[in-house]
Design a protein around this ligand. Structure first.
Ligand SMILES: Cc1ncc(COP(=O)(O)O)c(C=O)c1O
Length: 190
């Protein structure tokens, strides 16, 4: 999605109008200069940044340098609010349900450590769970006596939904699986 420089237009609408709702790969490559240097398959926070993202970040830092952090945030308020609206539209929730933090691990930890785990509470997870999520389970297991149970794969390598159903009982406090784990192309039937 492109964020326009004038901060005036709704990025979701601009995207829909400019692209007919489809990603124009040629344009996306053109707007992502790093594509000229590398074949880069890593995504999300580790992706090559599009030019407009780099520009927006630098512009905001320069604004902070010029007028101060709170003042810059105030001036960018409309644009920032539109990010919450666009994300809510994308994942089908309300803008107030969206929290933006610095990275996925931090976001996960904030939610996970909010649970009040007790001894013998069970956490169901998958073999391909992301390592930093799993580290948090291990820490809670050590600290509280909660139990981590790993749901087996089915023959395709995805988490086995029937096996998971069998493993659910009243002690299960959390079922936490990564939908699309790092590497390998696995997509779990989340
Ligand atoms: C499946 C999955 N979850 C979480 C993360 C963590 O992302 P972050 O570096 O934003 O904490 C990654 C990073 O590669 C990931 O692949």
């Amino acid at each position: 999605m492109t964020i326009t420089g004038d901060h005036g237009a709704d990025p979701a609408k601009v995207f829909a109008q400019e692209t007919n709702g489809e990603i124009d790969v040629v344009r996306a490559r053109r707007e992502t200069p790093g594509c000229a240097n590398v074949l880069h398959f890593n995504n999300a926070g580790a992706a090559l940044m599009p030019e407009r993202v780099v520009e927006a970040v630098i512009r905001h830092l320069e604004l902070e340098e010029t007028i101060g952090g709170y003042e810059a945030a105030e001036r960018a308020e409309d644009a920032i609010n539109r990010v919450y609206e666009a994300i809510a539209q994308l994942i089908n929730c309300q803008p107030q349900d969206v929290a933006i933090v610095e990275n996925a691990t931090r976001a996960w930890d904030m939610a996970f450590y909010g649970f009040d785990f007790q001894a013998s509470d069970r956490i169901l997870t998958a073999k391909a769970e992301y390592a930093s999520n799993y580290l948090a389970y291990l820490q809670i297991a050590q600290r509280t006596g909660a139990v981590i149970d790993v749901v087996p794969y089915d023959e395709s390598g995805q988490i086995s939904v029937p096996r998971m159903a069998e493993m659910i009982d009243e002690k299960v406090k959390l079922i936490a699986i990564t939908h699309v784990p790092t590497n390998g192309g696995l997509v779990n039937p989340a």
